[in-house]
Design a protein around this ligand. Structure first.
Ligand SMILES: N[C@@H](CCC(=O)N[C@@H](CS)C(=O)NCC(=O)O)C(=O)O
Length: 246
């Protein structure tokens, strides 16, 4: 039996993208939750990379959700997520890259809204299964590290918010043009999985890893923003993909 392990942060949307792809292909796997910061020696050792996800598949190790996606397509071509037809294939590859870049802005926007919430830190620190008092003690330094590392400050959150708006509009335009449930062609592709998983944190959809974040405790304007995200066509589409394809 192949030992297949996904090293992850449970709430990382890039890890969600890899989990979705593995599950779509019906590939059994286990997860190993890593602690942000402490993950680094592990991921460096496994795949010479400083980020999660990292996939270990028997003797092979692959880091980065995009590389994992192409690795899985190559070694497990069943239930392919990249069409054969050149024009569609090219479009899927292009959109995967575009939405993958959007994931960075989404993270900035998201942390801009929820970094100060205690449950965000609890979710990030959950892999260590530590006593609640220790989680509370570590929450503040971790928050500072995240704020510095991802430059979570008002100006960058506004910039990220504009990029995210462009991404949501792109989803809506693609759906209008394609005239169906998917961004390209008539079935689920890597473009859909990338867009839906990387946008999902801002929708507050039940059944996703971000449902633990209590949107109802956020300031009123932020709650309204989450609601607007959920209600617009791109939000409805993400929800529908979760219901039908996840
Ligand atoms: N392009 C990478 C991005 C992965 C990424 O940014 N992962 C974040 C979690 S969302 C991470 O590991 N951050 C820890 C760090 O940068 O030290 C991918 O697609 O896998």
């Amino acid at each position: 039996m192949i030992m297949r392990i996904l090293y992850q942060f449970p709430i990382s949307h890039y890890c969600e993208k890899s989990r979705w792809q593995l599950e779509h292909k019906g590939l059994a796997y286990e997860t190993r939750d890593l602690l942000p910061g402490a993950h680094w020696p592990r991921t460096r050792w496994l795949a010479r990379i400083g980020t999660v996800p990292v996939l270990r598949d028997g003797e092979r190790r692959v880091g980065d959700s995009t590389r994992i996606a192409y690795y899985l397509e190559k070694y497990y071509p069943e239930r392919s997520l990249i069409p054969e037809a050149p024009a569609l294939r090219h479009r899927v590859i292009e959109l995967e890259q575009q939405f993958d870049r959007l994931g960075v802005h989404l993270r900035t926007w998201m942390y801009g809204q929820v970094l100060d919430r205690p449950e965000t830190m609890e979710l990030l620190l959950s892999p260590a299964a530590m006593a609640p008092w220790l989680t509370r003690l570590l929450a503040s330094p971790l928050r500072q590290v995240i704020r510095r590392k991802y430059a979570i400050e008002p100006k960058s959150v506004v910039y990220a918010s504009e990029r995210v708006e462009e991404g949501l509009t792109l989803v809506e335009n693609l759906l209008a043009r394609n005239g169906g449930d998917y961004l390209v062609g008539e079935s689920l592709t890597l473009a859909d999985i990338t867009a839906a998983s990387l946008l999902a944190p801002m929708m507050g959809i039940a059944g996703t890893p971000w449902e633990g974040i209590e949107i109802a405790s956020l300031p009123e304007p932020v709650q309204q923003q989450f609601q607007a995200n959920r209600e617009r066509p791109a939000g409805q589409w993400v929800k529908e993909r979760y219901l039908s394809d996840r």
